[in-house]
Structures are given as C-alpha cells and as structure tokens.
Ligand binder design. Structure first.
Ligand SMILES: [Zn+2]
Length: 269
C-alpha cells in the first residue's frame, strides 16, 4: 500500500539575491501552486486603499495614547461611504488603511499588521496550494503561521532554502543592470549589455537599481542572518523539514535548475 501525502503549502526562503525565483518557477510548474509573496500582498492592500481616495489623515485612525489603532468599527464607519461608492470590501479597506499608515510615514510595519494582511490572502486562496515567498520572515510571523495552519486544518509540508554564498550574491547583484525602458536584466560580466551600456532588446540605456549597491545588499544579507534564520528555526523546531537547493549552478540552464530542484524535493512528491 502506498501512502500519498498531499502537498498543501511550501515556503521558499533564502538570502535576498540568492536566486529564489527560478526555483519558485519550477515548483509552480510542478505543483500548479500559486506564488504568494509579501511584496505583492502589500502592493495589493496599499493600492486598494489608495483607490478609495478617502483623503483621510491616517493619524486619525491611530490612538497614540494606547499606541494602537482605534477600534475596527470606528475605522469601518470612516471608510464605509468610500467602500460603498467603489464596491470595495470594508474589511480589506481597513487592512489597507492600517498598512498605509505605516508605509506612508516610512515606519517599520509591525508583525501584527503583516500577519493580518497575510491571513487575508491565505484564506482568500483556501489556505492551500501556495508557495509562500517572503513570509514568514520573523519568529513571531512563524508562530502566527503555525497557529493559522492549525486553525485552517492545513499545513506547511516543507521549506525550500535556496542556498548561496554572500560573496557570490554580492558579485551577482552589484553587476546587475536593468534596461530603463523594457526592464530586461543584464550582468556586466555574465550577460553584458551591448557596448557595456545598451539594451540588446530595445537599445535604450541600462541602469543599476539603487537597491543593488554593495552596502544595501550587505544590509539585506545581515537581515537574513538576524531575522529570517530565526523564523526558519521556529518552523524546523516543529519538525517541518528544510530542503537545501543550490542557488549557484555550474551551468545555469532551465533544465539544470529544474533537475536540481526536483531531485531534492522528490522525497515529498
Ligand atoms: Zn530594453
């Protein structure tokens, strides 16, 4: 008799610039899952709130005495007229307003808010069939995710950790150039633009993203050590297995990436 465990959700993690996306693409193809990334979730809620055009001063939904938001019912009352006009779900609008309050002020978004946005997206997708990308990123987020899975009767089957050396990431990322017109990605050494500065697709000039300086990359790499490893530790302590997948391959082809991922996750499928 064969036992078949249905894979419900997968976490993909790794240092910023480790090469997660090509590996995520393999999982999407293999399982037919959807990619749920924190960046996209935030963009969704921020643009949803913005589209309401409330013109509200969001400090009005913040109670500085309690260092917390005012009651959801009160926020709902403020947003309701705009939600009716745009046929927008008021609960989503509340989440959007809360996230916007931190992001627009350039403040660090607390785990509680990130968790709430994630939960809304997780439930919307039926709590399974997802590749989680960029979440959980702290110990608190991991604990929250585990509770949420229990509550929803679902699971995280394994964590795919895309492994890469800091120096390799720095080399790859600082050499990255992007076409300012069409977004095509180049590398000064591995995939050089024409004459060192022009896009081979559209001919426009390539630029270096402001996030791709060595200082910013090193900061992101440090955050991985300080926070994300802790988040992974919480999950492994609950016996969720980690599969290491190499972020650097001797030969980088679609087939080599697919083979390096599938051979390592075959124990789960
Ligand atoms: Zn171009």
């Amino acid at each position: 008799m064969e036992f078949f465990v249905e894979v419900q959700n997968i976490i993909v993690t790794g240092k910023s610039g480790a090469g997660k996306q090509p590996r995520i693409d393999v999982l999407i193809e293999k399982f037919g899952f959807i990619q749920v990334s924190t960046g996209n979730i935030f963009r969704h809620f921020l643009s949803l709130y913005k589209s309401l055009g409330t013109g509200l001063n969001l400090e009005n939904i913040w109670d500085s005495d309690n260092n917390n938001f005012i009651d959801d019912e009160k926020i709902a009352a403020l947003l309701d007229p705009f939600c009716r006009e745009k046929s927008t779900d008021v609960n989503e609008a509340i989440l959007g307003a809360k996230a916007t309050r931190f992001v627009d002020a350039g403040l660090f978004v607390p785990d509680e808010i990130t968790n709430a946005l994630f939960k809304a997206e997780f439930i919307k997708n039926g709590a399974k069939g997802m590749i989680l990308d960029g979440y959980p990123r702290t110990r608190e987020q991991s604990n929250y995710l585990l509770e949420l899975c229990t509550e929803m009767g679902t699971a995280i089957n394994f964590i795919m950790l895309v492994d890469n050396e800091d120096d390799a990431i720095v080399k790859r990322t600082t050499g990255r150039r992007i076409c300012r017109q069409c977004g095509k990605v180049f590398h000064v050494e591995f995939k050089p633009p024409r004459e060192g500065q022009f896009c081979t697709a559209c001919g426009d000039t390539v630029i270096q993203r402001s996030d791709d300086t060595e200082e910013k990359i090193r900061t992101r790499l440090k955050e991985f050590q300080v926070k994300t490893l802790g988040a992974i530790e919480v999950l492994t302590s609950k016996n969720i297995p980690v599969v290491n997948v190499p972020g650097n391959l001797p030969v980088f082809t679609d087939e080599a990436v697919r083979e390096s991922v599938i051979s390592r996750i075959s124990q789960f499928i």
